[in-house]
Design a protein around this ligand. Structure first.
Ligand SMILES: CC(C)(COP(=O)(O)OP(=O)(O)OC[C@H]1O[C@@H](n2cnc3c(N)ncnc32)[C@H](O)[C@@H]1OP(=O)(O)O)[C@@H](O)C(=O)NCCC(=O)NCCS
Length: 385
């Protein structure tokens, strides 16, 4: 088997595999978006498998950490079950490391495949259904903010407004061009902006979707940098009452649904999970934002046969408010590759990782790991009263 990067010349072979696997049709544009890389596996000169690595960055602790987004993993039906996907994923780790992407994320259709290569579930992507009566019960803003339709010249301010919120929500992408084309926003059916004293206070983007009855409004982003901006945008959704069956809201900012929306005891959420993998621990730690903690160390033994460059004894050092990884230490906390992603994202505490069999050692030695990510995940209750 030979693995190499694919180019535009491989377009037909790549789309043949993707079509069979995902039933998709080729896009009009180039095979690879700006900054992306594609890997292809050949057997006897035949293209047997492909994957792509998109160039993104996720906010963690307020810093945008470069992330390789794996997608389009497809192996020819005649070649499945002989390690081609495994080989492509192993090669992708080298490619991401080479291109300065210390973390990776993907939406898995086959979690087992990725787990064995060190990715683990580390976050959610959610859509909430908002029936119209619930939107009508949302409180009015205390201040009137006049909205207007977007203009092309608003795009940088719109991105800035998004960033103001996104950099405070761990895991969110920074949507930086050229990977994300800001102009695409102008193609959406509804793009409303709330002008503020410095740029935009908020904006809403949505598409009108047909349905069995009146149809729905799919809100891609509802972003407001303060309470009144968010309430103004929620109120603008209520103005659609009588014209829609419901609004589907993509959760960009958890504040909207959790603190401001009229969502009662039970509501419908569509959740997709994404998996994360730390490709290069020292680089990932240096790229992330961290809270200011007193000087301390935690000694790790990283078990990661697929990324030998960071496997073995590693010490996380907190010194003078900065955090770094250096080789050595006692290896008091044993972390398997799969533990690194959900720890880094803050999705799971070390207690959960321990019960999942991917972290071992004295719990007292692992405390600093929880303090560092300072994010206990989504709080939950499993008893009803
Ligand atoms: C999923 C797919 C990429 C696997 O390719 P493959 O070359 O057959 O996979 P490999 O032979 O390298 O197997 C990798 C591992 O994943 C496991 N695996 C593969 N397909 C699996 C499946 N559908 N369900 C559960 N485990 C699976 C294998 O058992 C193997 O485990 P091992 O390493 O412990 O032996 C291939 O079946 C495919 O193209 N499917 C259609 C497209 C798709 O679903 N892509 C995934 C998008 S996220």
């Amino acid at each position: 088997m030979r693995i190499r990067e694919f180019t535009e010349d491989d377009r037909d072979d790549v789309f043949r595999l993707r079509k069979v696997a995902f039933n998709g049709s080729p896009p009009d544009g180039p095979l690879l978006k700006a900054g992306s890389h594609g890997l292809l596996a050949e057997i006897d000169g035949r293209v047997a498998g492909v994957l792509t690595i998109g160039s993104f960055a996720q906010f963690y602790g307020g810093a945008a950490v470069p992330m390789g987004g794996i997608g389009g993993v497809a192996v020819d039906g005649s070649y499945r079950g002989r390690g081609i996907a495994n080989a492509l994923l192993d090669a992708s780790l080298h490619t991401m490391r080479e291109h300065g992407q210390p973390i990776s994320a993907l939406y898995p259709t086959v979690p087992t495949l990725y787990r064995r290569r060190g990715w683990e579930k580390a976050g959610v992507f959610e859509w909430v259904e908002l029936p119209m009566d619930r939107l009508l019960s949302v409180p009015r803003p205390s201040e009137r903010i006049d909205s207007r339709p977007v203009e092309k010249s608003d795009l940088p301010a719109l991105h800035e407004c998004y960033l103001e919120v996104a950099r405070t929500v761990d895991g969110m992408a920074d949507r930086r061009p050229p990977r994300i084309e800001l102009d695409k926003v102008l193609e959406l059916d509804v793009v409303t902006v709330l002008p503020g004293p410095h740029g935009l206070r908020g904006y809403l983007t949505a598409t009108r979707e047909p349905g069995e009855g009146l149809g729905r409004l799919k809100v891609q982003d509802l972003i407001g940098v303060d309470v009144d901006a968010q309430l103004t945008l929620l109120a603008s959704l209520a103005s659609w009452a009588g014209l829609l069956d419901a609004v589907d809201l993509r959760i960009t900012d958890p504040t909207t649904v959790n603190l401001l929306g009229g969502t009662p005891l039970r509501y419908s959420v569509r959740t997709s999970t994404w998996m994360q993998r730390v490709v290069d621990l020292p680089a990932a730690v240096s790229a992330r934002g961290w809270p200011r903690l007193a000087d301390a160390v935690v000694d790790l033994e990283v078990v990661d046969e697929h990324a030998p460059w960071h496997a073995g004894l590693q010490r996380i050092v907190v010194e003078d408010g900065a955090v770094r990884v250096e080789p050595g230490g006692t290896g008091a906390v044993r972390m398997h590759a799969r533990a690194l992603g959900p720890w880094f994202s803050g999705a799971h505490s070390t207690h959960v990782l321990r019960r999942g069999g991917v972290l071992e050692g004295d719990p007292a030695d692992a405390v600093l790991l929880d303090q560092l990510v300072a994010s206990p995940g989504t709080p939950r209750l499993a008893d009803f009263f």
